[in-house]
Each structure stands twice: as C-alpha cells, then as structure tokens.
Design a protein around this ligand. Sequence first.
Ligand code: 6GU
Length: 260
Amino acid sequence: MLRLDVVTVFPDYLAPLHLALLGRAVDRGIVSIGVHDLRDWTHDVHRSVDDTPFGGGPGMVMRPTVWGEALDDLVGSPSVDDSPPEVEPPSRGDDDERPLLIVPTPAGRPFTQSDAQRYARRRHLLFACGRYEGIDQRVVDEASQVMDVEEVSIGDYVLIGGEVAVLVIAEAVVRLLPGVLGNRRSHEEDSFSDGLLEGPSYTRPEVWRDRAVPEVLKSGNHAKIDRWRRDESLRRTAERRPDLLAAAELDARDREVLAE
Ligand code: 6GU
C-alpha cells in the first residue's frame, strides 16, 4: 500500500484525489491518501502561515516553524531511542524506508515519467504545497535529514501554488501501481516509455463524416499494424517533440521513415 500525504492551505483543492481512478485505488486498498490543512499546525489566533521575505521583495514566504511541526508529525517516524538494541536489528527493509518529500515548485527539476516510475516504487510520498513566493528553504534543508527530498516542476510556466502539480504527479504515479488500470497489458505502450509520442487511435465507425480509418488497422496483420504505429509515432515525435527524437533509440528502418 502506497501512503500519500498532502499538506496545503487549500485542502479542498485536492478533492479530485478522492475521485474516479484515484478514489477507486483508495477503495481497493492500493493507496491511502491523507490531505492535511497546514493551518492545523499554527498556534496563533490568526493561524498565520507566511511572513515577509528577508532581503525584501514582493510577496510572502511560508514560515519554517509551521512547516517543521507539520512534517515532524507526518514522517511517522518512531520516537528517537538511543538505547542499544537488545537483539540484532532487522535488516533494512521496506518498513523503514525513508519517506520521500516532494515539493512542487517552478524552481524544481522537471518532473518526468521516469520520476513517476521511481515514485511508484516508494512506500510513503509526502507532498508540501507552497503558496505565495514559496517555503523557507530551511524546511527542505532540515527535512533532508530524515527524508529523501525532491523539488520538482511540472513545466515551464508558473502556477499560483503547488496543489495542481500534486494532482498531476499523484495521477501519474497512482496509475502505475499494480491493479489500478485493470486489464492493461502494461505501461510499455505509454507515450514516453519508449521515448516517443503515441500515434493516433481510431474506433468505430469505419467512416465518419467522409473520413475513413486507415486501412492497415483493419487488415488483421499485426506485424504490419505494429510497424505502422511505430512510423506514426516517429513522424509525430519528429513534428512535435524533436528533442525527444534526438534521445530515442532508432534503428535503420526508423531513420528511413523519418527521411521520407
Ligand atoms: Cl510544481 N508549482 C508551481 N507553483 N508552479 C509551477 C510548478 C509547480 N510547475 C510549474 N509551475
């Protein structure tokens, strides 16, 4: 079971985590989701989570004191015990894996499908949603003592806060967990898993508004269909994402198609 905790000042923003595929994964015991209001860890009457930035400048910065207490409570680590163990400690297994703290920020490393695959193998993902100008950097520095920490961006644009990025990342991760997508062969045909974009898909009717489905897809010749799909992937990737094509593994026939 993957544990997924989110800390935010807008818990309602995370409501989609409980819907559709993600909600069903919770019902099936594949994932457990906790959404927590950062203000629950404030102590002042105004429940304040931010303050003005040192050094000046616009906006507000989220306070380390509040975040520190929230993360302390959610790491779920047993209380510190310095006494020597009476028996040989068990070998480090899944149960004592460190949580992974994910901090969505436009200043992070780009989040990719390979990150989603890595996250899907973890036991505990903890998301810290920043708002305003971000979270005091010492929160990340301090957390890295007891957790693995990654600051990630979902693209080259700026959102108001990390909440929507959490929805994106959670969906990318949860769909990879065994049992979530049902009777799918695997994720091997996903866009990006072979480094190329997926080509077009078609369903009935065979002709719609004078547009016919490509003949090859009705041929029943699966070698030929696979080759056609590969060609469409290559052409689409060349057109839309030449950067991906440069990194993909291409054979001689692939290069012929691209030269056409
Ligand atoms: Cl992860 N957070 C915010 N606030 N803005 C973003 C982003 C994340 N990724 C791209 N823009």
